[in-house]
Design a protein around this ligand. Structure first.
Ligand SMILES: *Cc1c(COP(=O)(O)O)cnc(C)c1O
Length: 387
């Protein structure tokens, strides 16, 4: 076989459930020359990453750093360090990622109680309260903040209050929320949280920022049984990310450059400004959709600005429209998963991708695709509504 040509990716507008478009500064940072993972210059940068992550997570937690791996690695990190076989855990499930947490917890040997809502609806704090009242000795409650599979924001602050009064540990998935909507780890009493670089942080996929409270660290460092995962054992990782700087695994150097650049951009923009930008562009998209009779499928009042689940109108071929957006307009949007397969398009307005120009681009392209797929809509109405 002849050597393939150099790979040149098409230039897509990434408006799906992630990855989102990376900021140019981030991609540029990744092309910098490598240094060693124990180089004093790299160690200095690691310290800056930890400090910036604490600001973005709104936490004072000492144990705050990026796990090498994607968001799912951060999920495993939290569960394997905190759970031992036989532990009782409550998992809120209203989409793909709650389901994944239950799978991971069960693989740790935990006894899992599933607290479920239909996909597209929130988990009510009262559901968690009832489940806690029925549990004998619940060690941990886990909730996904921004359910990327449905576009719903679970009321994490309110659930946190219920969990705090039970004494259980509180674990939150902030993969799609961090950098897009308010995430307040200390204020909400969160003991363990993980995120991912490729959603609202606008980095390529590859790192999972995590943070553990003092209580969670104490539990993970004093447990009777060794952590089942060598790679994700916080006792070993702390040796590299903490004071000692002992080799554990080789940190993905370029990805850490990327995260450093991305966090700088977030802090320069300001968290409040960034949240407001996401909210404004979401409202703009909604106004445009409304003008052509399209609606969001997720529960009103809890719709994520960064992930918009648009209901596919009756009689329209979901896949045909999505493929047309990709092939004719270079726009990627996501399909529905599980019970929502064929019923929604998932339009991400995450990080760098969340702009007024992209909202209008999407609306105009989507209207054109719908017109070509047998549903007549007035693209001008959508654009006028967002002018
Ligand atoms: C994307 C995502 C994950 C998984 O992250 P990967 O980077 O794909 O491993 C977990 N939770 C939520 C809410 C996500 O959106």
């Amino acid at each position: 076989m002849p050597t393939p040509d150099t790979f040149t990716p098409p230039e897509r507008v990434l408006m799906g459930p992630g990855p989102s478009n990376a900021a140019p500064e981030v991609l540029q940072a990744m092309s910098n020359p490598l240094v060693g993972h124990l180089d004093p210059a790299f160690i200095g940068m690691m310290e800056e990453i930890k400090t910036m992550l604490r600001s973005v997570f709104q936490t004072k937690n000492e144990m705050t750093f990026p796990v090498s791996g994607t968001g799912s690695a951060g999920m495993e990190f939290c569960f394997v360090n905190l759970l031992e076989p036989g532990d009782e855990v409550l998992i809120a499930i209203n989409g793909v990622f709650g389901t994944r947490m239950a799978d991971v917890a069960a693989r740790c040997g935990a006894i899992v109680t599933r607290v479920e809502s239909p996909w597209g609806q929130i988990i009510e704090p009262a559901q968690i309260q009832d489940a806690l009242a029925q549990a004998s000795n619940p060690k941990l409650v886990a909730v996904v903040h921004a359910e990327t599979s449905t576009g719903v924001e679970n009321p994490v602050a309110e659930i946190g209050k219920v969990v705090a009064s039970s004494g259980a540990l509180f674990l939150v998935d902030a993969v799609t929320s961090l950098g897009g909507i308010p995430v307040r780890i200390d204020e909400w009493g969160v003991d363990a949280v993980y995120s991912g670089t490729q959603k609202c942080l606008s980095c390529p996929p590859g790192l999972s920022p995590v943070s553990l409270s003092e209580r969670a660290v104490k539990l993970a460092t004093s447990r009777g049984r060794q952590v089942q995962s060598w790679y994700l054992d916080v006792n070993l990782l702390a040796g590299y990310w903490g004071e000692e700087r002992v080799y554990h695994h080789t940190a993905p150097i370029s990805m850490n450059y990327a995260l450093h650049a991305a966090l700088r951009l977030i802090l320069d923009e300001g968290l409040e400004n960034r949240w407001r930008r996401h909210q404004n562009n979401h409202l703009l998209l909604k106004a445009g959709l409304d003008a052509v009779g399209l609606t969001l499928s997720s529960q009103a009042g809890y719709q994520l600005p960064q992930l918009n689940a648009i209901s596919v109108p009756a009689g329209v071929d979901e896949t045909a429209v999505r493929m047309k957006l990709l092939n004719d307009f270079n726009i990627e949007v996501g399909a529905g998963l599980g019970p929502l397969k064929g019923k929604i398009w998932r339009v991400g307005l995450m990080g760098e991708t969340s702009s007024r120009e992209n909202v209008r681009l999407l609306l105009s392209a989507l209207c054109q695709c719908l017109n070509e797929c047998g549903r007549s809509v007035d693209a001008n109405a959508a654009l006028t509504a967002t002018a």
